[in-house]
Ligand binder design. Structure first.
Ligand code: F55
Length: 764
């Protein structure tokens, strides 16, 4: 390795800059990955998704290729460090939250399990925005992550895509996805050569009508106006049309007669953003002479759909007129699909096109794929029983659950070296390939030496995180305080505002001499969608409160509130190993699964959460005594919505503690630091609506959280044992398990039903 590196750099490692070493290692990784490419036999998966939140690639690739320790050693010998080297790599900005990160974990697991499966998506030039805080507000700028050396390679291949009657060329870029001791698959990303970053002005503003210049500039451009919504359709069609052409081409190259497409390809539709792949494939098969009925059948057998939400407003419904304008070639197909449904049933809620001329993408997915899955047990039950019950009655056989998972390579091996080493010293290395082996750790639940060491590692990680944050934001943390962390997209249903109310409540308690059992460091990481005003108001309130607390010498001894700027995968990798208390406090029934919850437990944090999403299964795995559960059940919440008589103001008027906290939001102190309009409007939103029912859960949250803080302070052995049992119970949440289930129930990769006469060969 040393010789190879030095040959590439043409000098000794000690003489190289980090930039030179980075480029050389990138070359080596690419060569090693190439050697792990394999011919595809039978069915291959295409995971099509608008987002792949892959995170930095170098370290993870080194781990998966089994050369991390060697490289680490070599750098150390030359007075350099891999940690510093990591700093120069920009993080690919290709996703915004759980859905995109899930796609990245799935690619890692597919390659690790030696399954043929590629990703298909878009190459956003500036990805999601970069977040910074100014005047206690979120400010957005473009994230030019594409500057510098690239992992993605230009394949030189292009596909013609017709948008609003004009032809565009989608260029295919490819990244290697190498599994841990596994094969190399690909992430296929499409882009237009004509896209021009020069049209960005003032933050992340740009002309939304110049499609050739703006199409792949940003992920999820602001959809608060019609232009923005149309742009999303343009993006989605570019992805699915180029993707579908690539898939058909690959299959045909492998000898597939398109009548047998389902024997060669499985297509997983990640939420509704890629749903147009269904009519697009039918259209393309039609061009190749396959009649509509048969094409629809082939596509149904090939495609499967994953639902990630029950929030009605997040289920995409496009006006027929927009689709007619942007993708006129698809409308005849979509109308035929709609007619086929209407022949079967006249229920309006099953229709693809409703009476108001909206095209329901999820409805099309469920009718014309063979599988619809939810992402956690509770979520799937809610889909079957309420949200999608009409579909469940029609197609009970299509519905199934696939509880989400995370890749332990990135979320333990790579982000928490010390813990990984320590676990290995206790139970051997088997857990790296078979996560269920983590169970063996439970045997050490009463071993004081082990518990002590575990807490030392946690403290070391808290220090490391604190150092990193100090460098980045100039904020120093107290490692002996309890670190409570809530990191996820800013959304009302996730209820960062409930955490805000708790912190205000504590402020008053401290002022009145009721001190918490331990000092509390409340850390947040969250981006708000640029057009989501209430989410931005919540960020503003948190930043303002942070300042108010900091300025108060009495309170700041006990509470520190920190918002980590520009929360992304890289930040998550620093924050998660440092967490004591994992905040998973969504309104029960609203968080489909959550995956941060899994990452935190795996790194020895204890969960404070509602019985929502995968929290329910986490509670099952660790046992009720190793998790802090509070709040209304999903049944209670759903009933309250059905009755329609939730009145936030009543709670506000009858609970003095709650009222005191809510009134503080636009009280004198907050106004002395923050913006009156924003703070007032947040308070009014809460008192007048509180759509996600923070008030009914407020007291339970305060009590449970204080219990956790007390246990942490007063009973450190109990706490350490809980942390250990959380790690040991995390095995189920490996995405290797999730992917094995998808393969077993939905994809059947590598298998063919009919053997085609032609010898199968590698695509590449
Ligand atoms: C992005 C854009 C639109 Cl238009 C709609 C949804 C999203 C998005 O980011 N969704 C998302 O991240 N959903 C999350 O998926 C995770 C993986 O399944 C779940 O764990 C999480 O509960 C869910 O909110």
């Amino acid at each position: 390795m040393k010789a190879r590196l030095e040959a590439l750099c043409k000098k000794s490692i000690a003489e190289c800059s980090y930039e030179e070493i980075y480029r050389a290692l990138m070359t080596i990784v690419k060569e090693e990955s190439k050697a792990r490419e394999k011919a595809v036999k039978g069915r291959k998966l295409y995971y099509i998704s608008a987002e792949f939140l892959i995170g930095k690639l170098l370290s993870n690739n080194l781990i998966n290729l089994g050369i991390y320790d060697e490289v680490d050693g070599l750098l150390k010998e030359s007075g350099k460090s891999l940690a510093e080297l990591e700093e120069i790599e920009p993080e690919p900005s290709l996703g915004n939250g759980g859905l995109g990160r899930l796609a990245a974990c799935f690619l890692d697991s597919l390659a690790t399990l030696d399954l043929p499966g590629d990703g298909v998506g878009l190459m956003y030039h500036c990805g999601l925005f970069r977040q910074n805080f100014r005047n206690h507000c979120q400010n957005e700028t473009p994230d030019y992550w594409l500057d510098g050396a690239q992992w993605a390679e230009d394949t030189g291949k292009t596909y013609e895509v017709s948008l609003a009657g004009k032809e565009y060329e989608a260029r295919l870029y490819r990244l290697d996805v190498t599994g841990y001791d596994g094969r190399t698959n690909k992430l296929n990303l499409f882009d237009l050569d004509t896209v021009d970053e020069g049209i960005i002005s003032e933050g992340i503003q740009f002309d939304k009508t110049e499609i050739d210049k703006n199409l792949t500039l940003f992920l999820y451009p602001d959809d608060s106006d019609d232009e923005g919504r149309k742009l999303r359709i343009y993006q989605q069609y570019l992805m699915v049309s180029a993707g579908a052409q690539m898939i058909l081409e690959e299959c045909e190259k492998r000898g597939c007669k398109l009548h047998d497409l389902a024997d060669y390809a499985a297509i997983q539709i990640n939420d509704t953003h890629p749903s147009m792949v269904i009519p697009e494939l039918i259209r393309l098969l039609g061009e190749k002479g396959i009649a509509f009925e048969e094409a629809a059948e082939i596509v149904t057998k090939t495609c499967a759909y994953t639902n990630h939400t029950i929030l009605a407003e997040a289920l995409e419904k496009w006006p027929e007129s927009y689709l007619e304008e942007v993708v006129p070639q698809l409308m005849p197909v979509i109308r035929k699909l709609d007619e086929a449904v209407k022949e079967k049933t006249d229920r309006e809620d099953l229709a693809i096109i409703d009476k108001g001329h909206l095209v329901h993408m999820a409805n099309m997915d469920i009718h014309f794929t063979h599988s619809t899955n939810g992402v956690a047990a509770l979520h799937t039950e809610i889909l079957k029983e309420s949200e999608l019950n009409q579909f469940y009655q029609l197609y009970p056989e299509k519905f199934n659950n696939k509880t989400n998972g995370i890749t332990f390579r990135r979320w333990l091996l790579s982000c928490n070296h010390e813990l990984t080493e320590y676990i290995e010293s206790l139970i051997g290395p088997g857990f790296k390939k078979d996560a269920s082996e983590l169970k063996k750790l439970a045997a050490y639940g009463d071993d004081q030496k082990v518990l002590k060491r575990l807490m030392e590692i946690k403290t070391a990680n808290k220090k490391k995180f604190s150092d990193w944050l100090f460098k980045k934001q100039g904020v120093a943390l107290k490692p002996d305080s309890i670190f409570s962390i809530q990191s996820k997209r800013l959304h009302e249903y996730k209820r960062q505002q409930l955490n805000l109310l708790y912190l205000i409540h504590q402020y008053f308690e401290i002022k009145n001499g009721h001190l918490p059992a331990a000092p509390i460091t409340a850390v947040f990481g969250a981006k708000a969608a640029p057009a989501y005003i209430t989410a931005k108001n919540i960020i503003h309130a948190l930043l303002t409160l942070s300042k108010v607390v900091e300025k108060d010498p009495e309170v700041s001894k006990w509470i520190q509130i920190v918002l980590v700027e520009n929360y992304n995968v890289t930040a998550a990798e620093k924050m998660i190993p440092a967490c004591d208390l994992s905040e998973q406090i969504s309104l029960a029934s609203k968080e489909a699964s959550g995956t941060g919850n899994m990452k935190f437990m795996l790194n020895g944090a204890v969960t404070l959460g509602t019985m929502d999403g995968a929290n329910v299964e986490i509670a099952d795995c660790v046992g009720g005594e190793n998790i802090y559960i509070f709040g209304q059940s999903s049944r209670q919440v759903i009933r309250l919505y059905e009755k329609g008589d939730y009145c936030a103001r009543e709670w506000y008027e009858t609970d003095p503690n709650l009222r005191r906290a809510v009134d503080f939001i636009d009280g004198e102190l907050m106004l002395s630091e923050g913006d009156e309009g924003s703070l007032r409007s947040l308070k009014n939103e809460l008192v007048g609506k509180d759509w996600f029912q923070t008030f009914p859960d407020f007291n339970a949250y305060v009590v449970r959280k204080n219990q956790a803080v007390t246990d942490y302070a007063v009973n450190p052995e109990k706490w350490a044992k809980m942390a250990l049992l959380n790690i040991s119970g995390a095995g189920y949440f490996s995405s290797d398990r999730t992917i094995a289930e998808y393969n077993e129930d939905i994809w059947h990769l590598g298998e063919t039903e009919e053997v085609s006469g032609i010898e199968e060969e590698a695509v590449r």
